[in-house]
Design a protein around this ligand. Structure first.
Ligand code: FAM
Length: 509
C-alpha cells in the first residue's frame, strides 16, 4: 500500500496483538525499584510509560523508531540530494516504523497541504490578544481555537432547503439563531445518513437536538465519540484530527509571527513546497539554506520520548478521553503540551539561549576572550540562574540534536560570529558546570544551538523560537496520540503520597 493510512491499518492490528502478548507473558516482570529520591526528584529514572515513537538513551541520545539522527539524515527522503530529511518522512517513520519512499513522502506533503485550511475564527481569536502577548500564548490560543470546527453559517429563512441532503427544514426560528442551524448542518455532514439525522430536527425538539449537535461540532474524534464510535476504532478519527492539526499548525504559527513582527502581512502557502519549506516560506524566508534548516529543525525537534514535559502533558491529557472526559481531543491535548513547552527549563530555553548569548555580546563584544567568557558564565551561575542550553533530565552526553546543528553550521555558516561564540561555549561551559559538582550533565542540549542558526538567516526574534519548537512537536505528540488510541492505552493515574506517609513508611521498613 502506498498511502499512510493503509499502512497504519495493516500495522496496528499486529501491534495490538503484540501488546496483548507482552501483557499476558510479562505482566508481572519487575522493572526496577522506586526510591524516595525518585519520588522527590520528579520521578526521574522511574520507567513508567509506554511511548512507541521514540526512545532516549542517556549516552546516545534520541532514536526515532530505532533510528538515530545521523541515520535519519542518511535514510529519510530529502528535498535535495544528500540534503536534510523531510519532516513528513519522519512523521511516516514515527507512525509506521518504516522508512518511506520519496513518492510516499511527496504524497504525504500534498495531503498535508490539502488539510491546512485554517478557519477565520482562529485568526480572530489570536487577534483578540494584544500583539505584545508572548508568541507561545498566541500560538496556543490559535490551537485551542482550531479545535472548534469551521461552522457553515447559513442564512436560514423560515423554510430552508438543506443543500447537502436536499432535506427541507421547516424552522421555528424564533428560538434559535442561524449559527445553530449552521452548526447542525455541518455536523449533519459527518453522519453516514445526514438526512435521517436531520429529519427529527425538522419536526421535533429543536433545542435538545441542537445542543446535542453543538457539542459534536468540534474535532473529528469528538464527533465520532458523541456518535458512539466503537473503542477499537478510536484511532481513525484521532488520525484525521492529528493530520489536520499537523497540517494547520505552521499556518497558525506563521500568522502569529507575521502579526507580531511584519505588520500582519501574511504570506500564503506555496503549493509546490514541502512541509518544512512551506513553514519557512510562510514566515517570510525563502533562501534555499533556510528551507533546509527548517526541514532539519522540525525533524529533530519533533519527538524526544514520552517523559519530557510537553510530550507527557499531551499524552496525559489525551488519555483522559478513555474515562469519557469528552474534551481531550488532539487539539486540546496539543494545546496543553504547548503550555508545558513554554516553560523556561523546557522549550523556552530555545529563546533563552539566544537572549543570553546576545547579553554576552552586549557586555563583552563579539571578540570575547575565553577568560571573559568564563567570568560571564560564573556571573550567571552566581546570580542564581542556569546557563541555558546546557544540562538535561535524561541525557548524559552532548545531545546529538546539538551535534547535527553544529555540523549544519560548519557546512553553511562557519564564519558567523555567534556560531563561533557557541563553539567557544562548548569548550568553556562544561568544565565550569562540572566544577559546580551538582550538575548531572554538563553538556549542551538542542537549545544551545538552534538560535544562532535561525538568527543567521534573519529570523532574529528570539521570543518567537519556542513556537518553532511547538510546530515540530505536533509531529511527535500527535503520532504517539494515534498510537495511544490504537493500543487502547489506559488513563494515567500515578499514586501520590504525603511527607507524613513517607516518614511513616520509611520508619517501618
Ligand atoms: N546551569 C546551572 N545549573 C544547572 C544547569 C545549568 N545549565 N543544569 C543543571 N543545573 C543544576 C540544577 O538547577 C540543579 O540545581 P539544584 O540542585 O540547586 O536545584 C542541579 O544542577 C542538578 O540538576 P540536574 O539533575 O543535573 O538536572 P535536572 O534534571 O534537574 O534539570 C534541566 C535538567 C534541563 C532542567 C537543567 O539542566 C537546566 O535547567 N538546564 C538549563 C535550561 C535548559 O537548557 N533547558 C532545556 C532542556 C532541553 F533539552 C529541552 O527541554 N528543550
Amino acid at each position: 500500500h502506498q498511502d499512510l493510512h493503509s499502512q497504519l491499518k495493516e500495522f496496528i492490528p499486529e501491534q495490538q496483538e503484540r501488546l496483548k502478548k507482552i501483557k499476558s507473558e510479562y505482566g508481572k516482570v519487575q522493572l526496577g525499584n522506586i526510591t524516595v529520591d525518585m519520588v522527590l526528584g520528579g520521578m526521574r529514572g522511574m520507567t513508567g510509560m509506554l511511548w512507541e515513537t521514540s526512545l532516549l538513551d542517556p549516552d546516545e541520545g534520541i532514536r526515532f523508531r530505532g533510528m538515530s539522527i545521523p541515520e535519519c539524515q542518511k535514510l529519510l527522503p530529502a528535498a535535495r540530494p544528500g540534503g536534510e530529511p523531510l519532516p513528513e518522512g519522519l512523521l511516516w517513520l514515527l507512525l509506521t516504523g518504516k522508512v518511506p519512499t520519496k513518492d510516499q513522502v511527496d504524497a504525504l506533503s500534498k495531503e498535508l497541504r490539502s488539510r491546512a485550511a485554517v478557519p477565520d475564527h482562529v485568526y480572530k481569536a489570536i487577534d483578540a490578544l494584544p500583539s505584545s502577548a508572548h508568541p507561545m500564548t498566541q500560538f496556543a490560543t490559535g490551537v485551542m481555537a482550531l479545535q472548534v470546527d469551521k461552522l457553515k453559517i447559513l442564512t436560514v429563512t423560515k423554510q430552508t432547503k438543506c443543500v447537502d441532503n436536499s432535506l427541507l427544514i421547516k424552522s421555528t426560528l424564533g428560538k434559535m439563531g442561524s449559527l445553530w442551524v449552521g452548526a447542525m448542518l455541518s455536523v449533519g455532514k459527518y453522519f453516514a445518513d445526514p438526512a435521517a439525522f436531520l429529519k427529527p430536527l425538522a419536526s421535533g425538539d429543536w433545542l435538545t437536538n441542537c445542543v446535542k449537535c453543538l457539542k459534536g461540532v468540534q474535532s473529528e474524534f469528538q464527533k465520532a465519540y458523541e456518535n458512539g464510535i466503537h473503542k477499537s476504532k478510536y484511532w481513525e478519527p484521532t488520525y484525521v484530527d492529528s493530520l489536520n492539526l499537523i497540517a494547520q499548525v505552521p499556518v497558525v504559527a506563521s500568522y502569529v509571527y507575521r502579526r507580531m513582527y511584519k505588520n500582519g502581512q501574511v504570506v500564503p502557502m506555496d503549493d509546490s513546497l514541502d512541509y518544512g519549506a512551506n513553514f519557512a516560506h510562510m514566515l517570510g524566508f525563502d533562501s534555499p539554506d533556510m528551507l533546509e534548516l527548517m526541514r532539519l529543525y522540525v525533524t529533530i525537534h519533533s519527538d524526544h520520548e514520552g517523559g519530557n514535559v510537553s510530550a507527557h502533558t499531551g499524552h496525559l491529557v489525551s488519555d483522559s478521553i478513555l474515562v469519557a472526559s469528552a474534551l481531550s481531543d488532539p487539539y486540546l491535548s496539543f494545546a496543553a503540551a504547548l503550555n508545558g513547552l513554554a516553560g523556561p527549563l523546557h522549550g523556552l530555553a530555545n529563546q533563552e539561549v539566544l537572549l543570553w548569548i546576545k547579553s554576552v555580546v552586549d557586555e563583552c563584544g563579539e571578540n570575547i576572550t575565553t577568560e571573559q567568557l568564563k567570568d560571564y558564565v560564573w556571573k550567571t551561575l552566581k546570580s542564581g540562574k542556569v546557563v541555558p542550553g546546557f544540562g538535561h533530565g535524561v541525557l548524559r552526553k552532548t545531545d546529538p540534536r546539538y551535534m547535527c546543528q553544529r555540523e549544519f553550521a560548519l557546512k553553511h555558516l562557519p564564519d558567523d560570529p555567534l556560531f563561533q561564540l557557541v563553539s567557544k561555549l562548548y569548550d568553556v561551559v562544561p568544565p565550569i558546570l562540572t566544577e559546580l559538582g551538582k550538575v548531572k550533565n554538563p553538556w549542551p542540549n538542542v537549545d544551545a544551538h538552534s538560535g544562532v542558526l535561525l538568527n543567521h538567516y534573519g529570523l532574529t526574534e528570539a521570543r518567537y523560537y519556542t513556537v518553532l519548537f511547538g510546530v515540530s512537536r505536533s509531529i511527535g505528540i500527535c503520532s504517539q496520540l494515534i498510537w495511544d488510541r490504537a493500543l487502547g492505552l489506559p488513563l494515567e493515574r500515578p499514586k501520590s503520597v504525603t511527607m507524613d506517609w513517607l516518614e511513616d513508611y520509611c520508619k517501618k521498613s
